[in-house]
Structures are given as C-alpha cells and as structure tokens.
Design a protein. Structure first.
Length: 429
C-alpha cells in the first residue's frame, strides 16, 4: 500500500489573492511588489491581460519564489486595448477586471476559452450598467463581453442575492472609480481578500449581513503583498492524506482565512484532528501549517445550507470524492452555484462518480452518493470538461484508493496547480 509522507513547501500561491494583488497593483499609484505570485495559468492570464491594457508588469524568479512588480500612475493609467482581451479559463479575470474596464473611457472586448464562453455574466452586467457603463453579452448572457466604459461611474447600493466574492470585488473596483459612496450589502459572507488587501472594514449589521462602503473616487497608494499558499490546493493534498489512511503530511504556509479554510472546520466536525502549526498573520490573512497525521474519515459528509456552501464552494468536488472514496456516501444540497463554475460540477461529479461504480442521485442543487455497487476492474475514463477541480478530485481518488482513472484532460490542472502531480509523487514513500 502506498504511503504519503513529507513536508510540502511548494503548494501554489493563493489564486484569489494573486488575482487581486495584480489588479490592485494596476490601480494603485506607485510600485507594487508581489512576493510569491502564482504561476497557475489563471493568474498568468490576469498579468497578460493587464499587460495588454498597457500596465507595466514584470515577473522574476528570486530566492523567495515568483515575484511580480507592477508600476502604475494610478486609477486612470490603463490604455485602450487593440485586440480582444483573452481571459482563457479564468472567471476571476473576466469578472473582476470588468469592474475596472466599466470605468474606462474606452471600449473593451473580453473573450475566453470554451468553458469561460459558457459562464453566466448577467450578474456582472446588471450592477455595472446601473453604474452607467454599457455591457453587451451574447444572447445567452455569456461572453464575449463588450464593455463601453463610463468615466466617472455612478455609485450604487448593491444587495448581493447570490453569494459571490468575484461580483462583490468587481463592484468594489468599480466603486473606487465612481463619484460618491458605493454600498454593498452581503447577507452571506464570501471570501474577503479584496477588503483585507484594500483595508476596507465592513460593518457587521444586526441581521448578520456585512455592509461594505467605498467612497469614490479613491486612489490607493501602492503597497507590497505576500501571497500565502492556496487553501483550495491544500484541500486536495489533505484529501489525499485522509483517503490513504496512514499519511504523515505537513502543508506549509497555507492561507487560513475563515472564508477559505472552512473545509478544515467541517472535517473536524466529523472527528478529524487536522492541527495547525505556526499560526500567524501575514498582510491581514491568517496563515499556518496544516498537519495530516494518520487521519481517517469514518462518517459520510453531509453538506447543506447556503452559508456552508459559500464557504466550501471550490472544495465541494474534492469533498464529494473524499466522502465517496472513504465511506461510499455523500450528500450535498443548496449548491446550485456549482453548476455555473468552470464546468457544471454537479453533473461532472455525478457522471464520473457513477463511472467509478457509485450509485448517485442528481438534484438541481446537489447530489447524493448512496453506495458503491462495484469497484471498477479497469481504468475509469474521466470526463473532466477541462475543469481543473474535477480533474484533481479524480486524480486524488486514483492516487489514494483502489480506483484507477484516466483523465481526458490532465493539462487542465495547470490552471491552478501546475505542480500537482510533482507534489503527489514527492510524497509517495
Ligand atoms: C473566487 C470566487 C468564487 C470561486 C472562484 C474564485 C474569487 O467564485 O468559486 O474560484 O477569487 O473571488 P464566485 O464569486 O463566482 O462564487
């Protein structure tokens, strides 16, 4: 039986924080130094698009990892792009940058790969149009997005019905370019990296919602950022350790922002220990080392409730595969948003778990895994829909259980975790 043992110091830098550091760097006045910027394709896409918009972006490798330096004259330093801005697979790039482009005195056109061209954009067009920009989408409200910017934008009060950190962030970026006070009410909290990085302190209201205020126009000064390791990447290696039952793994310098590390809390509710060492704070973010020592999942995970789902949104495919692999069962409800990710992740997980011999039932907002009817005797062909998180979930089942899989697009993993297979191989004893 394979054992996984070792200390991982090279988890990818956090994808969400890397995107934001680059965008904030382009808007801030002065020189922004970003230590440990992610080399994942999504984050490299954000740099490439900023470059196309005339931003001075330099990337170098130094002793502390990958460093990005951005020089900007501030809010109005972007230049009209000559060509369409290709956001590839990155929903964060297309959505968060739209908040900035909506405020520019020029027209931009944003496109992406096959998956991005299917993703819903009405959620960003509506608030940005209320602020005065014009956005043209396809007939099915997907990209290409043509943005006719407006300078200055008009502030709005935005009540966020569907939890989304991307939408919240793009309104913050647009609000920085507006004349007056933009207000965002968030009834269900989502990841708050943008607020932490900009020093925005939300007001916690009596009903439990957050109120975020941006007084525009607001010109931030450049400041340095250090990007911790990505908890969503850590979740895959944590699951590898749990599924293999006998692992001894330490994942270093992981971002433990409570909106991102909820998977650890949930697993602890199911009796796992998963202690944290070296807990500290870097740039307002909690950071620590996750220890996975002989952990086992004894009871199936049952996940429901919009608050929990929002905090686990990127971890749900792996948690489903983990629970199925360890207990043959899993249950998920209130997660309709999962259908609007890089793929329809409810459909993708059900299809592939069935191929792995599990009996599943699919609902509009989730699915259940009931039992494993039979262990596949041969390699299972996995349809990843070129979705990195679907691909990694099944690659972990392959590495840590008796199920053997063949991914139709293993290259999709490089979107967020380019050294995924290297890390798994380095941990094998
Ligand atoms: C992200 C927010 C989430 C998440 C995505 C990254 C971010 O998307 O799924 O991977 O960096 O803000 P939504 O805002 O659509 O929930």
């Amino acid at each position: 039986m394979v054992m996984f043992k070792g200390t991982v110091k090279t988890l990818p830098p956090d994808k969400s924080i890397s995107h934001r550091a680059a965008i904030i760097g382009a808007l801030a006045k002065g020189t922004t130094e970003i230590q440990n910027y992610s080399k994942g394709l999504d984050n490299q896409t954000t740099l490439a698009v900023l470059n196309q918009l005339g931003v001075d972006v330099r990337q170098t490798q130094n002793a502390n990892g990958n460093q990005v330096v951005i020089r900007s004259n501030g809010l109005w330093d972007l230049k009209a792009p000559i060509n369409a801005l290709n956001c590839n697979n990155s929903g964060s790039t297309i959505r968060m940058l739209s908040g900035v482009l909506a405020a520019q005195p020029f027209v931009s056109r944003l496109i992406g790969d096959e998956s991005l061209m299917k993703r819903p954009m009405r959620r960003i067009a509506d608030p940005l149009e209320q602020m005065g920009a014009k956005l043209k989408l396809s007939d099915s409200d997907t990209p290409p997005i043509e943005i006719h910017g407006k300078k200055p934008l008009t502030p709005i009060s935005f009540y966020q019905k569907t939890p989304s950190a991307q939408v919240k962030s793009l309104i913050i970026f647009a609000g920085m370019h507006a004349e007056g006070t933009t207000e965002i009410i968030e009834p269900i909290e989502t990841r708050n990296h943008t607020e932490l990085m900009l020093g925005l302190i939300p007001e916690r209201r009596e009903d439990g919602s957050n109120r975020i205020i941006v007084n525009g126009p607001w010109q931030p000064e450049a400041r340095p950022f250090t990007v911790p390791s990505d908890p969503s990447a850590a979740c895959f290696i944590t699951a590898l350790g749990i599924l293999s039952n006998n692992a001894e793994i330490c994942l270093k310098n992981v971002c433990l922002n409570p909106n991102r590390a909820l998977f650890l809390e949930v697993l602890r509710e199911y009796g796992l220990k998963l202690p944290i060492e070296n807990l500290r704070e870097i740039g307002g973010e909690k950071v620590g080392d996750i220890v996975i020592n002989q952990e086992q999942l004894a009871a199936p995970l049952r996940i429901f409730g919009s608050k929990k789902v929002a905090g686990l949104i990127d971890e749900l495919p792996m948690l489903a595969a983990l629970s199925a692999g360890a207990t043959e069962q899993f249950e998920l409800h209130d997660a309709k948003e999962l259908r609007a990710k890089e793929s329809d992740r409810i459909h993708a997980m059900v299809l592939n778990l069935r191929a792995c011999g599990y009996e599943c039932e699919e609902y509009e907002d989730g699915f259940t895994v009931k039992k494993q009817n039979s262990l596949p005797k041969t390699e299972v062909d996995i349809t990843t829909y070129s979705d990195h998180r679907v691909a990694m979930s099944f690659a972990i089942l392959d590495a840590a259980t008796d199920i053997a899989v063949k991914l139709d697009d293993p290259n999709s993993i490089a979107v967020s975790f380019p050294n995924f297979f290297d890390i798994i191989n380095s941990l094998k004893v």
